[in-house]
Design a protein around this ligand. Structure first.
Ligand SMILES: Cc1cc2nc3c(=O)[nH]c(=O)nc-3n(C[C@H](O)[C@H](O)[C@H](O)COP(=O)(O)OP(=O)(O)OC[C@H]3O[C@@H](n4cnc5c(N)ncnc54)[C@H](O)[C@@H]3O)c2cc1C
Length: 510
């Protein structure tokens, strides 16, 4: 088949598949886009990069908590306060309205959801109280807290997947989209080039394409250009999100926004995360709920540099870990290490088994209950004295010995005058053997990507919609700076639904 009329400008393309709406990516945003487009009368194909077993993106391994505006007018004021001018007031008002409808959207699909109460993190900004957290529910009971071995995020994904299957929507797994096919004269998006079984295929989108293929958590080149040069991070979610949507959108003239906005979580065990290709998290350092125990975090100089209990989850102020020393031309706190003693080793695993995150959902590595297997593997280094431990780990021995002495003194005093770690969490590090393990930074997700309007249309650098191109989810999320925890899922659902409906309403191209 030939596209367009000007044969000199438009290449001849043989379409392998065709549909009214082509959705790229099958997380929550892709699922909602496909369902909404289908229910509006469109024929839909989903292209998903991962094999079916690993599909579902960050959505499938998420916590499943949704922050829903209960008073959209007030919620928009709060969004304004946290976006710091990166999104217009008018757009934020529409976004709040769209996200307030998420409970109704899910209920109309027959999905039971329930309210958990007020969000944990709030800010002294107008409208901050205008939200409730929801999650999927069973028999009226919210599932946000882990049930059995499965989390609310996983179950929501499985349920949406069933909604997609019940509608007979075709899903092509192991079919990564690589390029958008654009009419160079009209700028319209006509379809998608993808890879399937080692071949290049072309998928015609008669009405529109919706990009819902997640962020760039696993794209190191994007990470060092948009965020922190030289800093290695390990994503907590899917390894399949590699910024493909950003490249495809740039290629057809899209503008980008919110690239600076990334979501941190508790640091992970570096060696294990490197081996398994995803964060295997400590949940000791920077957690939401402080951990009591005989442990500290130090840099290579053997010095503490942070309150180990201060939460890092979704924080936006510069983390102490990423502090850059311009004079020395280094991040003095990277690498950084968790140091603990025998008492803490025996308290339980230094990683937390939760019902979320790639490692836990796919059972890649089961950490031993007393950390002994990881000592045996050499992941955790063991020594009789702090000095010996430091030497084995390449940490300054004098620095570490002095730091442990002063930390123990602070424990006796019941006060950490330097970093203000809560006194009730401080237990002296005094029972040999001593242990150390290198940590690394962890991300839940990135927020940046193609800029879009509130209809979900991707905008070019002059603010004009690129015809027949929509986007949804964490790929170009609206969170311009501070992120209100629980909002990525609400957004993926609201904007997936909106983009799908609007894509289906396009007139087919000639
Ligand atoms: C552990 C964890 C817990 C979280 N908990 C919460 C929470 O409780 N509340 C909350 O609001 N947010 C949470 N988040 C964030 C939230 O889950 C995500 O931002 C949201 O689910 C993203 O949905 P999405 O559909 O945009 O992307 P994803 O769910 O990541 O889906 C993207 C899909 O696109 C596919 N893909 C990638 N490239 C291509 C390509 N080239 N072609 C085709 N397919 C492609 C991927 O394989 C994937 O299936 C959490 C994240 C993580 C990692």
């Amino acid at each position: 088949m030939v596209i367009g009329t000007d044969r000199a400008l438009l290449p001849e393309i043989r379409w392998d598949y065709e549909a009214d709406v082509v959705v790229v990516g099958f997380g929550y945003a892709g699922a909602l886009a496909a369902i909404a487009a289908h229910d509006a009368g469109a024929e839909v194909i989903i292209l998903e990069k991962a094999p079916e077993h690993f599909a579902g993106g960050n959505s499938r391994v998420s916590g499943g908590g949704m922050r829903i505006p209960v008073n959209p007018h007030e919620a928009a004021k709060y969004y304004k306060a946290i976006c710091f001018g990166t999104v217009s007031d008018e757009d934020l008002a529409v976004a709040a309205e769209l996200m307030s409808r998420v409970p109704d959207i899910l209920r109309e699909l027959g999905i039971e959801i329930a309210e958990l109460g007020l969000p944990r993190t709030r800010h002294p900004a107008s409208g901050s109280e205008s939200f409730k957290i929801y999650s999927m529910a069973k028999n009226g009971k919210p599932l946000f807290e882990p049930i059995a071995a499965i989390g609310a995020g996983y179950l929501l994904y499985e349920t949406l997947k069933k909604c997609v299957a019940d509608r007979g929507i075709k899903v092509l797994y192991e079919t990564p989209a690589v390029k958008l096919i654009q009419n160079p004269l009209t700028r319209e998006i006509l379809g998608v080039r993808a890879k399937r079984n080692g071949n290049v295929i072309h998928v015609k989108a008669k009405r529109a394409v919706v990009l819902a293929c997640g962020g760039y958590e696993n794209n190191y080149e994007m990470w060092i250009n948009f965020n922190f040069p030289g800093v290695r991070v390990y994503p907590w979610g899917t390894p399949y999100n590699t910024g493909d949507g950003i490249k495809m959108a740039l290629d057809v003239g899209a503008d980008l926004w919110h690239m600076v906005s990334v979501e941190w979580d508790c640091p992970c065990i570096k060696v294990a995360s490197e081996i398994y290709g995803c964060a295997i998290q400590t949940r000791v350092v920077g957690p939401l709920r402080p951990r009591v125990g005989s442990y500290i975090v130090v840099n290579k100089y053997g010095r503490r540099f942070m309150n180990e209990c201060k939460t890092l989850v979704h924080r936006k102020e510069p983390l102490e870990i990423t502090y850059f020393d311009h004079e020395r031309l280094e991040y003095p706190n990277i690498p950084f290490y968790l140091i603990f003693d025998e008492k803490f080793r025996l308290k339980g695993p230094i990683v937390e088994k939760t019902t979320l995150g790639w490692n836990n959902i796919f059972n890649l590595y089961e950490w031993s209950h007393d950390n002994s297997a990881e000592i045996e593997r050499g992941w955790i280094v063991k020594a009789d004295t702090p000095e010996e431990l430091a030497k084995k780990m390449g940490i300054d021995p004098e620095g570490l010995t002095n730091t442990i002495s002063s930390y123990n003194r602070f424990c006796e005093m019941g006060d950490d005058p330097i970093f203000h770690r809560p006194r009730e969490t401080m237990v002296p590090l005094d029972t040999p053997p001593y242990y150390g393990v290198e940590l690394a930074l962890t991300l839940t997700n990135t927020q940046g990507g193609p800029k879009h309007n509130m209809r979900g249309q991707v905008l070019d650098i002059e603010g004009r919609p690129i015809p027949r191109l929509y986007v949804a989810g964490e790929l170009g999320a609206i969170w311009g700076f501070v992120y209100p925890g629980g909002s990525n899922i609400a957004e993926a659902i609201a904007f997936g639904y909106t983009a799908g409906k609007n894509a289906a309403a396009e007139e087919p191209w000639k």
